[in-house]
Design a protein around this ligand. Structure first.
Ligand code: FES
Ligand SMILES: [Zn+2]
Length: 119
């Protein structure tokens, strides 16, 4: 069996309503991850690219979050409408979807305009 070429990790973490950090999948339905799987299969990528449901990726304030490896490209505020574009542009075409990228100044920063300083 050839190994997977890419992994798409889709945060499926849930937190109670009103939590200061928010969460990526308040309804807990894993809809984004399921749609990635459908779109990958439609393009014949089953077995090559895997869409995994992940736990918290610690970028909660920018969510719903998705990270694609091995290139470590981070997407934030991903909606159901964005999934097809990510698959076609990034996975098939090799061109990340710029408008959804989490800025480097936000990634793992102790604070940013979206994230309060850690106490
Ligand atoms: S809840 Fe999704 S990154 Fe933390
Ligand atoms: Zn930010």
């Amino acid at each position: 069996m050839p190994k997977f070429e890419k992994h798409i990790f889709v945060c499926g973490n849930q937190r109670p309503e009103g939590h200061p950090r928010g969460c990526c999948d308040p309804a807990g339905r894993a809809e984004l991850q399921k749609l990635f799987k459908v779109k990958l299969a439609e393009r014949g990528l089953k077995g090559k690219v895997r869409a995994n449901q992940s736990g918290c990726l610690d970028q909660c304030e920018h969510g719903p979050n998705v990270v694609i490896y091995p290139e470590a490209v981070w997407y934030g505020r991903v909606s159901m409408q964005d999934v097809e574009e990510i698959v076609d542009s990034h996975i098939v075409g090799g061109k990340p979807v710029e408008r959804l990228l989490i800025p480097d100044s936000c990634l793992n920063a102790p604070s940013c305009e979206h994230r309060l300083p850690k106490k």
